[in-house]
Design a protein around this ligand. Structure first.
Ligand SMILES: [Zn+2]
Length: 239
């Protein structure tokens, strides 16, 4: 199938971007050490380059509340939950003010395939129709369960899915709209952007939300919190 072929090309491309880049040798070592099943291997986020200082993500209060709820459900139900965000980019600041999320998901692995692909298409189309200018940005991905060391990172599969959507969806490919991706884990808001000019992935370290009183507050991004909590629980359990 053509789609499958294209997806396989995306796997090869993302693997090349990571392993042939500046931190290539370290990515290779990481993949060898922590290989948990090929495509599900987790990418060490410490090795990803950072976005410039002025690049900032701001979540509206509603979006923040929804994502917070998703993370609570993830911990409680031990399931991944997928979500979509839409918003606008202006001078380095991305403001997300619309969200789709389904807390009723009941699966260990959440993606946008099958019926969910239609939901994603409808959401993207709505964002496109609601904004006549060209500053629309979409974010897609899911929460992670804190089940393993490095689980606070994207998996190789997550990065491939992001890259593949960007390459195969006409709105993103034509640059009419921008697409970024995000993995949420235990309070961490880990956003990533693929820059086709640099041919590399970049992480956002500046993430904020608007409180109900209209103030801006910082959110954790790419901290080691998830890993520390995991280790803490691991040792507590063994006692
Ligand atoms: Zn994932």
């Amino acid at each position: 199938m053509a789609d499958k072929e294209k997806y396989n090309q995306s796997i090869a491309k993302v693997f090349d971007i990571l392993t042939l880049g500046q931190n290539g040798a370290k990515h290779v070592k990481n993949f060898e050490e922590y290989d948990s099943g090929g495509i599900n291997t987790l990418v060490d986020a410490k090795l990803l380059k950072k976005m410039p200082e002025n690049a900032r993500i701001v979540l509206s209060y509603e979006v923040y509340q929804t994502l917070n709820l998703l993370q609570k459900h993830t911990t409680k139900k031990d399931n991944e939950h997928k979500f979509l965000l839409s918003g606008k980019v202006s001078e380095g600041t991305i403001v997300f003010d619309d969200v789709y999320a389904n807390v009723g998901d009941n699966q260990h692995s959440a993606g946008f395939r099958g019926q969910s692909a239609d939901v994603a298409s409808a959401f993207i189309e709505r964002a496109e129709n609601n904004n006549a200018d060209n500053n629309v940005i979409i974010c897609m991905r899911h929460t992670h369960r804190n089940k393993a060391k490095y689980q606070h990172n994207f998996s190789l599969k997550d990065m491939v899915a992001y890259y593949d959507t960007r390459e195969t969806n006409a709105s993103f490919k034509s640059r009419k709209m921008e697409l970024i991706s995000c993995v949420l884990i235990e309070g961490n808001y880990n956003f990533v952007f693929y820059d086709e000019n640099a041919n590399d992935f970049f992480k956002f370290t500046n993430v904020q939300y608007i409180t109900k009183y209209g103030q801006l507050k910082s959110l954790p991004a790419y901290t080691e919190k998830g890993q520390i909590n995991f280790l803490k629980r691991y040792f507590e359990r063994d006692d």
